[in-house]
Design a protein around this ligand. Structure first.
Ligand code: ADP
Ligand code: MG
Length: 440
């Protein structure tokens, strides 16, 4: 694009939440030019909404600043509006009144408001529904009202926070196409769009540039220009090639980073005493799903394209990736360039008899610091029993607070499967099955 004009500059944004010593966003730097449609892509919980809220002034960063159209953002930014996944419409107001609300806030005269609201309603394709109430509308129509209301304040920046994810596929696809058309034909007087999504195809379909975030903390791991002309065709080879390469980058960011971390941990673990060892976060991976994946990869000659694997299993990337992280963490598989390879150990795990494969799983768990910590505690307690709550306290500095419950469930799932320890649901305690002789 010739003489691109800078519109928004995000400079070194870091944000911490709720006393955690790990930031949610870390040193985010991003420039958005006038006329750009940006898609922010990242796993759920990575901080996409937080970044958007920082740009619009709803969240105050701990470090760094946002420059918006030449001015530093210091409070809620009146020139930005957000469309959310589900837009809260006032049920007692008609479509027109709901849209006018945005205009009222600006203090426009009454007849101007009416005309403007009608224009917007027509723009977003709701002609004839001006006097309808939200409960009479389908989900897609309600989301259209959401768009109209967001546009009513005449924003310079339109922010979209997963605006299509609550809609069925066809409705979503229609809205996507129409939005791109409105944007391409410059029928909305806005300078830029920032859209959050966790759908790679959605990003490639709509945006000029994809900004990819890693998780925990969020960094920008890639900026990818999408210069396919509109209208874009999901089935074209260029489209598929781009989706595939974005997919590979996303996986690389998420898993290969972990591998590096793991490597540096295993190198340093020789020096570190156990007491100082940090627990690693266990991904949301289920033993059953991990075994199934390994069998599938093994059946496919030991190697699979992760993108294809997701398609074959009809699994969303958010559900698939933690399981892939899990089998990588256990050294049953390795991820390289978007492909997953089964390791020698992984093959053994699949092919051994049940008891022996359990034994192998147990050995692998003993290599993971989190499980070593738990075993240390249980071994050192005289009754070999400890409250689950104790471990949550122990881990709370290292794992995100809101994921603690889920992570503990997974730890217990893995540990019980491996027969490393046992768990009593009633007393919520982990314990060692030392009285094995009782069972014989
Ligand atoms: P995403 O939109 O990528 O799914 P979010 O930005 O919503 O992610 O959240 C990122 C992380 O920040 C999550 O761990 C979430 O729990 C945390 N978080 C977001 N907002 C708040 C808040 N107001 N207070 C505490 N934690 C928050
Ligand atoms: Mg979000």
């Amino acid at each position: 694009m010739k003489n691109a004009k800078e519109f928004i500059k995000v400079k070194g944004i870091t944000k911490y939440f709720g006393g955690s010593d790990k930031p949610t966003l870390e040193d985010i730097n991003l420039t958005i030019n006038e006329g750009e449609y940006i898609a922010i892509l990242g796993p759920s919980g990575s901080g996409k909404s937080t970044l958007l809220r920082t740009i619009t002034g709803l969240v105050k960063p701990d470090n760094g600043e946002v420059i918006f159209d030449g001015q530093k953002v210091t409070g809620v930014n009146p020139y930005a509006s957000i469309v959310f996944q589900t837009f809260a419409l006032y049920p007692w107001l008609t479509v027109r009144e709901n849209v006018e609300l945005g205009l009222k806030a600006k203090g426009f005269p009454k007849d101007y408001m009416r005309r403007k609201a009608e224009e917007l309603i027509s723009l977003i394709g709701l002609d004839g529904f001006e006097e309808a109430y939200p409960k009479e509308l389908s989900g897609g129509m309600r989301q259209r009202v959401g768009f109209a209301r967001a546009l009513a304040v005449e924003p310079k920046l339109l922010c979209l926070d997963e605006p299509f994810s609550a809609l069925d596929f066809l409705t979503a696809e229609n809205l996507r196409t129409e939005l791109v058309e409105l944007w391409q034909e410059k029928r909305m007087p806005i300078k830029s769009i920032i859209m959050i999504t966790h759908g790679i195809e959605e990003a490639v379909l709509m945006a000029d540039k994809i900004v990819m975030l890693s998780r925990n903390p969020a960094h920008i791991i890639a900026e990818i220009k999408i210069d396919l002309p509109h209208p874009r065709n999901r089935k074209s080879p260029e489209f598929e090639r781009l989706v595939d390469s974005v997919y590979k980058l996303l996986i690389k960011g998420k898993i290969e980073d972990n591998e590096e971390e793991k490597l540096s941990k295993s190198i340093s673990s020789g020096k570190e005493k156990e007491a100082g060892e940090k627990p690693v976060q266990i991904p949301n991976a289920h033993v059953g799903v991990m075994s199934g994946l390994l069998e599938l990869i093994d059946d496919n000659g030991g190697k699979m394209d992760i993108y294809q694997l997701g398609g074959d299993l009809m699994m969303e990337i958010d559900d698939l990736l933690p399981n892939i992280e899990g089998i990588s963490m256990l050294n049953f598989a390795e991820v390289r360039e978007g492909d997953i390879f089964i390791t020698e150990l992984g093959r053994e795990f699949v092919e051994l008899e049940k008891d022996e494969s359990k034994e192998l799983f147990r050995k692998q768990l003993e290599n993971i610091s989190t499980f070593r910590l738990i075993m240390n505690v249980l071994n050192n307690k005289r009754n070999h029993t400890m409250k689950e709550e104790f471990f949550k306290e122990l881990f709370k500095k290292h794992f995100p607070q809101h994921e603690m419950e889920g992570i503990m469930d997974i730890i217990i799932d893995w540990g019980r499967y491996a027969e490393l320890f046992n768990y009593d649901r009633d007393s919520e305690e982990l314990y060692l099955d030392n009285e094995e002789n009782e069972e014989i």
